[in-house]
Ligand binder design. Structure first.
Ligand SMILES: Nc1nc2c(ncn2[C@@H]2O[C@H](COP(=O)(O)OP(=O)(O)O)[C@@H](O)[C@H]2O)c(=O)[nH]1
Ligand SMILES: [Mg+2]
Length: 252
């Protein structure tokens, strides 16, 4: 009789243990804190494009007030990157891309740019160029034309004139930017001019100060820029085969 009661108690214990384990298991499945949180894709991409040395990485670092991307003069070895660099902040992906101007690295840079454009996202496309001795750089024009040609969907882009000297700034104020913009096959939707700042020149990983005029203009420009939905199928292979011909004016 005793043995029989013990057996019942033992079986009840085993059943209780099993029940508790099952309950815990089902509980952990229903508890939202225990389930795997799906990783959200950033809802917007801010894409910086342009040739090496124009100041793309410096501008990205200016936004965040910290060196999120390598920036600096080529001679120091740290600035020029052959790979795109990405930084995610508040559901937005910032991408800094390599430029197309160097023949030896053009192919890889082109692949990186294509990849950067194929994220199936809403894009704010920004080209950065400089003006030297009052002239636009032909490589900047060809780079912009080549990338724009690869985007097979209607889109807008913003153009940053960076490192602009006071004298050139005065001329632009007098004459306007239209004369510069005639060179581009596709015109920018918005432009901004940022002053050259000797204090940051050629010092690795420097950026404009938080309260600087340049940073304010940059942030305002970015916030006003329209974004375009780009699907990866909207991007065709960058045609860099005739880059050189385009440079010397024998374009198609
Ligand atoms: N004087 C001056 N130099 C700048 C300015 N912005 C960037 N630079 C310098 O230009 C060089 C290239 O900048 P970086 O951001 O690495 O160019 P990226 O190759 O386009 O990413 C660096 O040595 C920077 O210090 C600017 O507004 N004024
Ligand atoms: Mg860079």
């Amino acid at each position: 009789m005793h043995i029989y009661i013990y057996k019942i108690v033992d079986n009840t214990r085993v059943l209780l243990l099993l029940y508790t384990l099952l309950a815990l298991n089902s509980c952990s499945c229903n508890n939202p804190t225990e389930t795997t949180i799906p990783t959200l894709k950033p809802s917007e991409v801010i894409l910086f494009l342009g040739n090496p040395g124009v100041g793309k990485s410096t501008l990205c670092n200016t936004i965040f007030q910290q060196p999120v991307f390598n920036a600096g003069p080529f001679i120091d070895g740290g600035g020029m990157t052959l790979r795109k660099q990405e930084y995610e902040y508040q559901n937005t992906l910032y991408i800094d891309t390599p430029g197309l101007s160097y023949e030896e690295t053009r192919m890889q840079a082109a692949r990186e740019i294509e990849e950067a454009l194929k994220k199936n996202s809403n894009y704010k496309i920004i080209f950065v160029i400089t003006i030297q001795a009052g002239y636009l750089n032909r490589t900047d024009i060809v780079t912009i034309d080549t990338i724009c040609d690869a985007i097979q969907v209607p889109f807008e882009y913003g153009l940053i004139f960076n490192k602009v000297t006071e004298r050139v700034m005065d001329k632009i104020t007098q004459k306007g930017l239209d004369i510069c913009l005639t060179s581009f096959k596709k015109k920018p939707y918005a432009t901004v001019i940022l002053r050259a700042d000797n204090k940051i020149e050629d010092i690795p990983n420097m950026y404009f100060k938080a309260d600087s005029e340049n940073r304010k203009s940059l942030l305002e420009f970015l916030s006003k820029l329209k974004s375009t939905r780009i699907h990866k199928n909207d991007i065709k292979t960058l045609d860099i085969t005739n880059y050189k011909q385009r440079l010397y004016g024998k374009s198609d």
